[in-house]
Design a binder for this molecule. Structure first.
Ligand SMILES: C[S@@+](CC[C@H](N)C(=O)[O-])C[C@H]1O[C@@H](n2cnc3c(N)ncnc32)[C@H](O)[C@@H]1O
Length: 395
């Protein structure tokens, strides 16, 4: 009988540089919903596991199952979708492939199926013959160590992104821009940097500009007193709100998971997503959302410059909302060869009388982020040296 390699899922981040994840990652499952080839690939991988080298591949499968279980318990829509697109076929394939009497595996499989069936009346569900773009996605899991070197404290954040709809791509309304549907690698770089430097947002009032899926704001919320996740696309704002709920302590308490919770801790009441356009001429209209003049102690922005006007309008936002004397803003944005308008960033801040410091060196030393990117090719990341980081101070 095959010996089972027990895998400790609480150690995911420690093992992040190993190639264990390369055989079959949660991402393969996430891709199932939009990519038929990937589904075939995953099935092939699963099939091959039966015959070769099962000891080395099993931990990966257990990881995947644990991730699915974890994600589906907290996002019933994703569980439902997984069943709807035929994810259960892959799970059932696993059951028939690994008939080696392993209790570990059978229990994990059972729990995933359980988590799925909690959201649907019938599971396995009938799979559709064509896999098309859907409303929901299995969330991505980002693991971060929010402790210090002497006290490791691994936390997990689930981020659901939004698939693009053909009609939205064709839309000419600027607030329907779909760039906020994805999770961009600048956000990942920002949170790896932020957890190490969390003193920056400790007990502070924080505004995140162009939040997209909301990763940076949600991580900031673990340390800050209040966080506002802002974006001009309503669908993006709603998705960010979904991600706030997905990760909030209240949600975990409701799901009786608090005792074994490895999710990033924050109170949902202190975090809000807000529809906000930095091109707006009069920012006083946002007072209704509690975004008051010169009230923000920290402003964050990841990948928020795509044209010159973004720099000048973001500078207006900083001037208006950042607290005088103590306020600080941090931006990680694409470099000139990947984003238009970046070259105007410093000039735009100076026009508003703000002080700018270049932090490219800091972000280039962000090794955890580089490791993460190295094994998560799906983020289509460009090398980090093509990114820029700025600190902006209100004088
Ligand atoms: C490239 S995405 C980055 C999203 C997120 N920060 C990340 O790194 O994953 C740029 C974000 O800025 C938002 N955005 C673009 N123009 C904006 C504007 N004028 N006001 C507010 N948000 C805007 C987009 O909707 C999108 O969510």
């Amino acid at each position: 009988m095959t010996e089972i390699v027990q895998h400790d899922t609480n150690n995911v981040n420690n093992n992040i540089t190993t190639d264990k994840y390369k055989a079959l990652t949660p991402r393969d499952f996430i891709s199932l919903r939009v990519n038929h080839e990937k589904l075939e690939d995953s099935k092939r991988i699963l099939k091959s596991l039966n015959y070769n080298n099962i000891e080395s591949k099993l931990p990966t499968v257990l990881d995947t199952l644990n991730f699915l279980k974890y994600a589906f318990r907290r996002d019933l829509d994703a569980a439902y979708e997984f069943g709807r697109i035929g994810g259960h076929q892959v799970i059932l394939k696993m059951l028939t492939t690994f008939d080696d009497g392993s209790e570990d595996l059978l229990n994990s499989l059972g729990e995933v199926i359980d988590a799925c069936s909690a959201s649907c009346l019938q599971f396995p569900m009938h799979s559709s013959t064509t896999i098309k773009l859907e409303e929901r996605r299995v969330p991505l899991k980002i693991s971060l160590n929010i402790g210090d070197s002497s006290n490791e404290d691994l936390k997990e954040i689930l981020i659901r992104t939004i698939p693009k709809d053909v009609n939205e791509i064709a839309s000419s309304d600027k607030t329907n821009l779909t760039v906020g549907y994805y999770l961009w690698d600048s956000s990942i770089a920002m949170v790896y940097w932020l957890v190490k430097n969390n003193i920056i947002v400790q007990s502070k009032k924080v505004l995140e500009l162009g939040c997209g899926a909301g990763l940076a704001g949600i991580v900031a919320a673990a340390f800050a007193s209040e966080v506002y996740l802002c974006d001009f696309n309503l669908k993006v704002v709603e998705n960010a709100n979904f991600n706030i709920k997905l990760n909030s302590m209240k949600h975990h308490v409701d799901h009786e998971e608090q005792s074994q919770c490895c999710c990033i801790p924050f109170e949902k009441e202190n975090v809000k997503s807000v529809e906000f356009d930095w091109d707006h001429e009069d920012f006083s209209i946002y007072e209704k959302d509690n975004l008051k003049k010169e009230s923000m102690e920290v402003i964050l922005g990841a990948d928020v410059v795509c044209q010159e006007s973004d720099c000048f309008n973001i500078a207006r936002v900083i001037k208006y909302f950042l607290k005088k004397d103590f306020g600080v803003a941090y931006f990680i944005i694409g470099a000139q060869d990947s984003r238009f308008g970046v070259e105007k960033f410093e000039e735009a801040m100076l026009v508003q009388g703000l002080h700018v410091e270049n932090m490219d060196e800091v972000i280039n030393k962000n090794d955890e982020y580089k490791n993460f990117m190295a094994i998560n090719e799906h983020f289509n990341s460009r090398p980090l040296d093509k990114y820029k980081m700025f600190k902006v101070i209100s004088k």
